[in-house]
Design a protein around this ligand. Sequence first.
Ligand code: ADP
Ligand code: X2W
Length: 296
Amino acid sequence: MTERATTTVPEHVQLVNDTSSGPRPVGAVVVVKFGGNAMVDAGLRRTFAEDVVELWHAGLRPVVVHGGGPQISAMLDRLGLETRFEAGLRVTTPETMDVVRMVLAGRVQRELVGHINACGPPFAVGMTGEDAHTMTAVRRPARVDGRPVDIGLVGDIVGVNPGMVHALLEDGHIPVVSPVARGEGGEVYNVNADLAASALAVALGAERLVMLTDVEGLYANWPHSAEVIGRLTADALDGLLPGLAGGMLPKMEGCLRAVRGGVRRADVLDGRVPHAVLRGVLDEISPGTTVIPGAV
Ligand SMILES: Nc1ncnc2c1ncn2[C@@H]1O[C@H](COP(=O)(O)OP(=O)(O)O)[C@@H](O)[C@H]1O
Ligand SMILES: CC(=O)N[C@@H](CCC(=O)OP(=O)(O)O)C(=O)O
């Protein structure tokens, strides 16, 4: 039998027992999706981090899922690789997947963790859906004008194991999750961040899902009008989905899946407004689009 190795800590190394955030009872979980378009402004990234920390101090347990579409496209452009979207999802070749993972986990997530930790405690911990097998995905089939199209390594989440996220919350941390998932056979998938946030919210039994984006909310008859739909039920949204396009399609599909999966309320908020998260979560009436469960 092999003996378990023990670690001897040299005297000059101080063991830091960080009790400043520390384990504490887990309050209502709020999953906040921070969209790549709202993230391009450095000032907004800072106020977003302040808000997330403020939510934690208010007794809530925020979990951040971040996007990074514009940042991925900029890197693909620098590398001379093509950017193409179908039904709001990036066509992902194996080469694209490498860039997606590098930008999301190596850059966007790192910066966000740094911003939150500059405002903490509490302190943020970054992870991707691959870590601890948190998110499992299969290849997502896509149809354009009724015809099947190959969008490559785009994943649809089929399983969420929220244990690691719960553990971080219980230890007083703010998890920051990149939307990359693992396939059953170990392959890696690019998951739209709205759909990743939605799946995680359901698995965590979150009270709220908040999606920050670069418009005021869901517009009726977009792009012909910019009239925000303030509040709508899951069934009403279901009826609207086939008429939606672009980035709003996965976002609203994510809201629908969340409220149908038990989340009490999903909001799409204008992330260009400073402190949109704090206002949106703490105020009963949010300025964007609110989706609630139920019939029309
Ligand atoms: N009905 C709609 N209402 C509002 N925005 C829409 C609508 N349909 C498409 N869009 C587009 O969706 C975009 C938001 O989605 P996306 O670019 O994926 O943002 P994010 O990076 O925040 O996820 C808006 O900037 C807008 O161009
Ligand atoms: C499959 C798919 O489209 N994945 C997205 C993941 C990032 C994302 O969703 O970022 P935003 O929230 O900023 O749009 C992408 O590659 O752009």
